[in-house]
Design a protein around this ligand. Structure first.
Ligand SMILES: *[C@@H]1O[C@H](CO)[C@@H](O)[C@H](O)[C@H]1NC(C)=O
Ligand SMILES: *[C@@H]1O[C@H](CO)[C@@H](O)[C@H](O)[C@H]1NC(C)=O
Ligand SMILES: *[C@@H]1O[C@H](CO)[C@@H](O)[C@H](O)[C@H]1NC(C)=O
Ligand SMILES: *[C@@H]1O[C@H](CO)[C@@H](O)[C@H](O)[C@H]1NC(C)=O
Ligand SMILES: *[C@@H]1O[C@H](CO)[C@@H](O)[C@H](O)[C@H]1NC(C)=O
Ligand SMILES: *[C@@H]1O[C@H](CO)[C@@H](O)[C@H](O)[C@H]1NC(C)=O
Length: 385
């Protein structure tokens, strides 16, 4: 069953009043982190002239996991640009309470689920941005549990400076008890999803113009076909992997249930050429990635109500009003991230002429065949989900 939803919203919506506020209080914008963070040389090589034996090899660049997770991020403690009834707390308030690492090394980001609030009061939550910025790469997020529930709106996304010019890629996003993950790009004018006649992705396009300056900043949004890619069933199945590949050849996002994670991901040698069609793809013909996406920080957040969860609250069949929902902490027992790791790989493109690369290609081709076979098996098993 296809869910219907009115519109998609950028996590980075900057309405005029906020722009004005930003002018007077520059530190209130979260891209202050981006501006002050160290630069990263572009990870994507120019492969325009590559031969048929050229192959991308993904090498580990950064691992955010366990006790090494939070030191890589800044906490955002300003008001929510998406107008949520939320209070984002700073690092000293969050760490150990709303942001912590468990004994078995799961990274938890959660919200205040113990305080009863008065009507209209915001609930405490966290929003963090990576200190490091990226200009491409393979971003592999292993999630055990993702936040969900009436009025809850979590996301994992990447975003560049001077929004929307640096672009925004929403990798994991949803509201309430929705079951399909929504992947959305928000960009400067001129970037679109390519026409679906050449469909290279398995998801369902909701909107095709990524231009954030039109259509109320809907962006171009694709819904994952799996009914366990977000929400209750995602958690029941112990989550899975979201992988976003950003190269000069475009942007692709895959989702794997925990039971069908490719072995090359588990082994730390990811090879997307064997993963099959991604859930979402942005073609370089209709949206040159170099032009529309740069200097991205990675962001996690959990907000409440606001531009998306607030406007869709009644239609989702949630009880009362969204604002009333915020008052009772018991409503937020499932509003937590539990993350195994976030692993960033960089592109180390090689050609067949390089000794060793050819054999790697052969191994990988055999492996791809195995994966395709496995993929079919998993497809049958998970077909009912
Ligand atoms: C990206 O970041 C680098 C390092 O901070 C900076 O020199 C460069 O101007 C940024 N690029 C854009 C297009 O903003
Ligand atoms: C963090 O927030 C708390 C509560 O608002 C405040 O008392 C404290 O000064 C803040 N700490 C920093 C380092 O900003
Ligand atoms: C694809 O192209 C056809 C014919 O040009 C057009 O009618 C359709 O609206 C396009 N679809 C999308 C998703 O852009
Ligand atoms: C569709 O695929 C064909 C053949 O691969 C290619 O030539 C064409 O440019 C593609 N069209 C779009 C809109 O991506
Ligand atoms: C939390 O998740 C459990 C298990 O899926 C579910 O039974 C319960 O209704 C959820 N509670 C809320 C407040 O979302
Ligand atoms: C609040 O959330 C955390 C993290 O998910 C969980 O461990 C804890 O049990 C929750 N507390 C309550 C009272 O539900």
């Amino acid at each position: 069953m296809r869910i219907s939803r009115p519109a998609t919203f950028s996590l980075f919506l900057l309405p005029i009043p906020l722009l004005a506020a930003a002018f007077f209080f520059p530190a209130s914008l979260d891209f202050r982190h981006i501006l002050s963070a160290p630069s990263q040389p572009p990870a994507v090589k120019n492969v325009a002239a590559r031969s048929s034996t050229t192959k991308r090899i993904w090498v580990s660049e950064d691992v955010y996991a366990g006790d090494n997770f939070f030191p890589g991020f800044d906490f955002f403690d300003q008001s929510d640009p998406t107008h949520g009834q939320v209070e984002y707390v700073n690092a000293s308030v969050a760490l150990g309470r709303l942001a912590y690492v468990t004994a078995d090394k799961k990274v938890v980001m959660t919200v205040d689920n113990v305080t009863t609030l008065a009507a209209g009061q915001p609930r405490e939550s966290v929003r963090i941005s990576s200190k490091k910025q990226y200009n491409g790469g393979l971003f592999i997020l292993d999630v055990e549990k993702a936040p969900w529930g009436c009025g809850v709106w979590p996301a994992f996304w990447t975003v560049g400076p001077n929004w929307p010019n640096g672009g925004e890629i929403d990798i994991v996003e949803g509201v309430h008890d929705y079951v399909h993950n929504q992947m959305t790009m928000h960009t400067a004018p001129g970037c679109t999803l390519s026409n679906t006649t050449n469909n290279t992705y398995s998801g369902t396009a909701m909107t095709t113009n990524c231009d954030a300056t039109i259509n109320n900043n809907e962006g171009c949004a694709i819904l994952d076909n799996s009914q366990a890619s977000y929400g209750p069933q995602f958690n029941v199945l112990n989550g899975g992997i979201y992988a976003m590949m950003w190269t000069i050849d475009g942007i692709n996002i895959w989702f794997f249930h925990r039971a069908s994670i490719p072995a090359d991901i588990t082994d730390g040698n990811p090879d997307p050429t064997g993963w099959g069609a991604p859930s979402a793809a942005l073609s370089p013909q209709s949206c040159p990635p170099r032009k529309y996406f740069y200097n991205h920080s990675m962001v996690f957040d959990i907000t409440f109500c606001g531009d998306w969860a607030g406007t869709s609250y009644i239609a989702a069949g949630c009880p009362g009003t969204c604002s009333q929902r915020i008052m009772d902490p018991k409503n937020f027992i499932n509003a937590s991230w539990s993350i195994n790791s976030l692993h960033v790989y960089r592109d180390a493109t090689v050609t067949g002429a390089i000794p060793g690369a050819a054999s790697q290609l052969r191994v990988s081709a055999t492996f791809a065949v195995t994966l395709v076979a496995l993929g079919f098996a998993c497809f049958w098993n998970l077909g009912a989900i």
